[in-house]
Design a protein around this ligand. Structure first.
Ligand SMILES: [Zn+2]
Length: 426
């Protein structure tokens, strides 16, 4: 009996020496294949729920249930700063954790699951389930792997408001201790381009004085003129901003009756650029435009800087390299990657500024399919889209495993993160 035990221990040593490093990645991909059909069901349910931001209650509950089944310890009712999200994100945000066999790094995976008015036209059901697949793969190996996996359910991305899901969760401390953060996004391409536009919003309120618009206009102060002059002034400055700067505004209040000089008018602007410093510089000029309009019209300007702006993501090359290598092993070569010159903004930039973060764009739709379109929504429910989602889930899990088990790779990521941050805006 004793001899037998000794033998099997020796056999185990041989196994360890011959292929332990490769054994776990295989277990990860096998576990993901095994979880495939049930995760596909989860994806379709979320696609059908099509819950808008701050209303993703059923989607979050379903994901929490699935993560619990996988053995994760799930926490809902996460506390976040009140001034960012008024009623908290207790029913739509969550965190799931699984500890490994001992101390080690912490990898985080972010899930999104909010929809648009035309359904899952940004495919966030696939962000949620590629992350769920990765969580399933890692769950299989954590008992033999050092460190910890956390899965953060980040609601309410689409509205893009400062204070959106990730910013609130970040400030609430729910990413604390993360060494690396992973997320994915479906698209019409494979890409590891991390660029999003930094963004900050401004609401300008002008207060004037009402008067009869024909009989006594000389007694009035026209608040709407303040808004109009702000727009004109902003349009003149467009000539002198870098071409990646985007400024767009709407009039939210412009008077109530044509025969009354408007005493209250309001406009909202968003200002964006490929780096945070350029965005902030352009933003300061927009504020000056509103101040000029105040001076020019005599209407009083009310303006308060928002507490939060969205930063441009930090690109951490060694982290991209790890995902790229794993993608190649999964059959997606770098030659299939495609970059774009068309950008939006995302609250993931804020997370990427706090922790080394990578966003993998995976191809679910034909080249040129517009995001937020009905065609993209349909693609987020197809078999083709699902195949790419599985590859994305595997790439995330394998790269997370790299970070948990390979200290040299993690160190390179941490050094790359520091370097990239130091370069920001320069
Ligand atoms: Zn999206």
């Amino acid at each position: 009996m004793r001899r037998l035990k000794m033998l099997s221990f020796a056999a185990a040593l041989v196994l360890l020496a011959s292929g332990a490093v490769n054994a776990s990645p295989n277990q990860i991909t096998a576990a993901i294949d095994e979880a495939g059909s049930s995760c596909r069901g989860v994806s379709q349910q979320i696609w059908n729920f099509k819950e808008l931001g701050q209303q993703e209650v059923k989607s979050a509950a379903l994901l929490k249930e699935e993560l619990t089944k996988l053995g994760y310890k799930v926490t809902g009712d996460l506390k976040v700063p009140d001034d960012l999200v008024k009623d908290g994100i207790s029913k739509t945000g969550f965190k799931a954790e699984m500890a490994g066999k001992g101390p080690g790094p912490t990898v985080a995976i972010m899930l999104e699951y909010d929809a648009l008015p035309n359904g899952h036209a940004c495919g966030h059901n696939l962000i949620a389930t590629s992350g769920l697949l990765a969580a399933a793969g890692l769950a299989k190996v954590m008992k033999d792997t050092p460190g910890r996996v956390i899965v953060v359910g980040t609601p309410d991305e689409e509205r893009g408001s400062a204070g959106a899901g990730k910013v609130a969760l970040l400030e609430g401390g729910h990413f604390d201790g993360s060494d690396v953060v992973f997320t994915t996004h479906p698209g019409d391409r494979w890409s590891l381009d991390q660029r999003f536009l930094a963004m900050k919003r401004a609401t300008f309120t002008f207060k004037g004085k009402s008067a009869h618009a024909a009989q006594a206009p000389h007694q009035g102060v026209n608040a709407l003129r303040g808004v109009m002059l702000t727009f004109n002034c902003v349009d003149s400055m467009r000539e002198h901003v870098r071409q990646d700067v985007r400024i767009h505004g709407i009039v939210t209040k412009g008077g109530t009756a044509v025969n009354v000089v408007p005493e209250l008018a309001q406009a909202e602007f968003a200002c964006r650029a490929l780096d945070t410093v350029t965005m902030e510089n352009a933003y300061a000029k927009i504020v000056n435009c509103a101040k000029a309009a105040e001076l020019g019209t005599g209407a009083t300007l009310e303006f308060k800087e928002p507490r939060v702006a969205l930063k441009a993501p930090v690109t951490v090359q060694p982290l991209l390299d790890s995902v790229e290598a794993n993608l190649a092993a999964l059959g997606v070569a770098k030659s299939q990657f495609r970059s774009s010159d068309e950008f939006g903004s995302s609250d993931l930039g804020m997370v990427s500024y706090a922790y080394p973060t990578v966003n993998l764009t995976f191809k679910i739709a034909p080249d040129g399919t517009a995001g937020h379109s009905d065609a993209f929504r349909d693609a987020a429910g197809t078999d083709e889209g699902w195949k790419a989602t599985v590859i994305a889930g595997k790439a995330v899990a394998l790269s997370a495993y790299d970070m948990l088990t390979n200290p040299a790779k993690l160190k390179a990521v941490q050094d790359g993160f520091k370097e990239a941050k130091a370069k920001e805006g320069k």
